[in-house]
Design a protein around this ligand. Structure first.
Ligand SMILES: *Cc1c(COP(=O)(O)O)cnc(C)c1O
Length: 354
């Protein structure tokens, strides 16, 4: 069988995530708040009036209209995917030939590398400067010297929480010949989007998702915002019915009720601030400011902290020896009581009480 597989796929490790059987799950940056019951009922009613024997809308006009209302971007500048993950795959399919260069800052979102590997691209990961400040000059040089097809800016960045300044984003946009993908998966937590830059920079593409702030990781819905020329190119590689009818219906309900759903952001931001203040008092942690719904830190005790939480049925994300940033931890904000519990356990470990 080995000889039948493409060479770049042989080395890949399948992304199989165990179904989390934990009391508190804060390892994947999801919202701890489930979708409001009242809106779930509305969804059920709509489904009862939907013909499920028919294929879904191939180009999701209702969903595009709802995204347009939410973002202010005209419909011809929007395309949707089964999570922004699928959009990253589509971008690689449309733009990246084998051997082409893709550039990203590192550490960042793992899927950039996975899709680059599948595309047989040469992925240049530009390491952060000290204190996890992305190397903007290094990114520009890597993209220019190699005529990179894609350059990713993850803002706020997963996993470090880093926020790119507007000036740095503009500097990159003005300098590189690449398609610049501004991944705004966590933008609702931060608030300052780069969407308005689309008017001036035709090679910019903004990625968004309903998986994080909207609390809808379960329905798999992401979208890309861009110049209609780029969006038209992505439509060429889009699977005909990539968003099922259930996802389309629920996503429309979510976007039309965004005010109610996004109210939770206030709580999550306050929780992050509180957790940060508590963690700052703990010895042996190197903390980084975060613009997202999670906190990232490095510590000699990272593994001990991870194990102590695991023992208490709590799952966080730890970066082990095989990762770019071993000895570091990322956990997203849960409900206030959950966060309290997590902080208490970390306290026990760092003060050697565990
Ligand atoms: C979670 C996340 C996404 C979203 O992925 P979906 O496929 O939409 O769930 C995209 N980019 C980053 C950086 C993320 O952390």
């Amino acid at each position: 069988m080995e000889s039948l597989i493409r060479k770049n796929i042989q080395q890949l490790i399948a992304y199989k995530v165990d179904a989390p059987q934990f009391e508190i799950v804060v390892n994947a940056n999801e919202s701890p708040y489930d979708f409001p019951m009242q809106l779930k009922r509305k969804f059920c009613d709509e489904i009862c009036n939907t013909d499920l024997n028919r294929y879904p809308e191939a180009c999701f006009p209702e969903l595009i209209a709802a995204i347009s209302d939410y973002t202010g971007v005209p419909g011809e500048g929007i395309i949707c995917g089964s999570g922004s993950d699928e959009l990253i795959a589509m971008i690689n399919q449309a733009f990246v030939d084998p051997g082409d260069v893709v550039v990203s800052h590192s550490p960042s979102f793992a899927m950039y590398d996975i899709w680059a590997t599948i595309a047989n691209a040469r992925h240049i990961m530009v390491p952060d400067l000290p204190s996890h400040i992305p190397d903007v000059e290094g990114l520009i040089a890597a993209a220019c010297e190699n005529q990179a097809k894609l350059l990713y800016i993850c803002n706020p960045n997963n996993p470090t929480g880093y926020i790119f300044s507007r000036a740095d984003i503009v500097k990159i946009l003005a300098a590189v010949p690449s398609l610049v993908i501004l991944d705004e998966a966590y933008i609702e937590f931060f608030g300052e989007s780069g969407v308005d830059l689309l008017e001036k920079y035709p090679r910019l593409l903004v990625l968004r998702t309903l998986s994080k702030a909207f609390g809808l990781a379960g329905i798999r819905c992401g979208y890309a915002l861009g110049n209609s020329e780029i969006i038209d190119i992505l439509y060429k590689v889009k699977g005909p019915y990539n968003l099922n009818v259930l996802t389309q219906k629920l996503a429309v309900i979510a976007l039309k009720n965004c005010d109610a759903i996004l109210r939770n952001l206030e709580i999550l931001r306050a929780e992050r601030q509180n957790a940060m203040q508590v963690l700052e008092t703990f010895p042996g942690l190197t903390l980084y400011p975060s613009g997202a719904n999670f906190i990232y830190f490095e510590s000699d005790r990272a593994e001990a902290i991870y194990q102590a939480l695991l023992k208490r049925n709590i799952l966080i994300k730890r970066f082990a020896e095989t990762d770019v940033t071993p000895g570091s931890i990322r956990f997203s904000m849960g409900k206030p009581q959950e966060n309290q519990k997590i902080l208490d356990i970390i306290r026990e470990v760092v003060y050697n009480e565990a």
